[in-house]
Design a protein around this ligand. Structure first.
Ligand SMILES: Nc1ncnc2c1ncn2[C@@H]1O[C@H](COP(=O)(O)OP(=O)(O)O)[C@@H](O)[C@H]1O
Ligand SMILES: [Mg+2]
Length: 247
């Protein structure tokens, strides 16, 4: 089984509120059709969730955030999720909407529920979950990022590969020179911060990827604007992107 995260940066235009990139989504989905093994999809918030969580000053730390903000962030994610689901359906695949409230309690995964996700994927459904505004308990809520969901699911499901689909070729040693790191082996890349992101952007993504690879699974960052690269990586033909080798 593999777990694939479609980054908000590739499925939306992060510069413009509520702007899905429907063509990019369709192109990726058409390529995913060629996978001949079970997979699970996680998607990010891009100019939907991130836009509103910045507006309402909501973060990944559980706190007493503005209730209307929680509603609006959540609603925007449902809207983006529907666009993703529709693309899968249109391409004659079997997406199954799986909001993270289905397998997370507080900020912890519910192991029994997570294990069932694999069963769904094996039954020819494609579970599709997403970063979201979640209820934490004790009057608190928080933003659960798609990147964090990746490490939660990987920990329990032990997929053979985790793929992070981005709007760049992978991790660059320096975003200015765009020198691609094809395998991260301890070097410290220069990572730029983004003001449009409440979940830590590339820095946090690399941290989650390293957590997963330390548990023995391969993680791969790939450009979603070149979706064939996803298939090449899964079929082990070639990796054009950044590999975090499982140790
Ligand atoms: N060293 C780096 N290598 C690649 N991308 C970087 C780097 N530093 C910052 N970035 C930025 O990180 C972005 C990807 O992170 P993010 O926007 O959070 O993606 P996603 O929406 O897929 O979670 C890229 O679009 C790029 O602008
Ligand atoms: Mg991000």
């Amino acid at each position: 089984m593999i777990i694939i995260k479609l980054g908000g940066s590739v499925i939306t235009n992060k510069e413009k509120p509520h702007s899905p990139r429907k063509n990019s989504i369709d192109k990726i989905v058409r390529v995913l059709k060629k996978l001949d093994e079970p997979f699970v999809i996680v998607h990010g918030g891009g100019s939907f969730g991130h836009y509103w969580s910045v507006k309402y000053n909501m973060h990944t730390k559980p706190a007493n955030y503005n209730s209307h903000g929680v509603s609006v962030v959540k609603n925007s994610m449902i809207e983006l999720n529907k666009i993703v689901l529709d693309s899968f359906l249109k391409n004659k695949l079997n997406p199954y909407c799986l909001p993270p409230t289905d397998f997370v309690f507080g900020n912890k995964p519910i192991t029994k529920k997570v294990k069932e996700i694999e069963k769904m994927a094996e039954s020819n459904l494609i579970p599709i979950t997403f970063g979201d505004a979640l209820w934490f308990g004790k009057n608190k809520s928080y933003i659960l990022s798609g990147d964090r969901i990746m490490s939660m699911l990987a920990n329990i499901l032990k997929p053979k590969l985790c793929v992070f689909v981005l709007n760049v070729d992978g991790l660059y040693s320096d975003p200015k020179t765009k020198k691609l790191i094809s395998e991260l082996k301890g070097e410290k890349p220069l990572i730029l911060k983004s003001s449009k992101d409440v979940t830590g952007g590339m820095k946090r993504k690399v941290e989650e990827a390293m957590k997963i690879s330390k548990k023995g699974m391969n993680v791969f960052f790939v450009n979603g604007n070149k979706p064939e690269r996803i298939i090449d990586a899964v079929k082990r033909k070639k990796f054009h992107g950044t590999l975090f080798k499982g140790k």
